[in-house]
Ligand binder design. Sequence first.
Ligand SMILES: [Zn+2]
Length: 166
Amino acid sequence: MTRSPQLRIGNGFDIHPVSTDQNRVLKLAGVEVAKGFGLLGHSDADVVCHALADAVLGAVGLGGIGDHFPPGNPEFQGADSLILLSKCMQMVTDLGWELVNADVTVIAQQPRLAEFLPAMSKTVTEVLGGPVEVKAKSPESIGALGANQGIAALASALLWRPDKEG
Ligand SMILES: [Zn+2]
């Protein structure tokens, strides 16, 4: 008897305020997109990696990135979020799950991200081992994001694993 694979969907959201520290670098999906302008955060504040980590962890009932890498822990000060994302995905694959695909929307008034999107998609696709599409959306000058006070990201991820009895 053929058994169907199991499917799980997860979503993630992340937001960080713009930093006043001119030494910060803006990294999104592991790609450096601006210098002299970055986001405030305990790690490198990569909202794309954090939203994706929440999506893949949440899909399989492992909570979110903050449950595994608490922001107060000095070990993760300035951490490379691509590595954190990779560790989160490892927890997911250890349970037998694989990524079907993921989809991300970055909400940023500045900078314009269009030219970086292919590199961003490629980088997180490699880390997660399945196709990830990274898109950008302008907040159209509305509210705090529109006033360039921060950058946010939304992520959805679909995971599958073969049925254990199969
Ligand atoms: Zn974050």
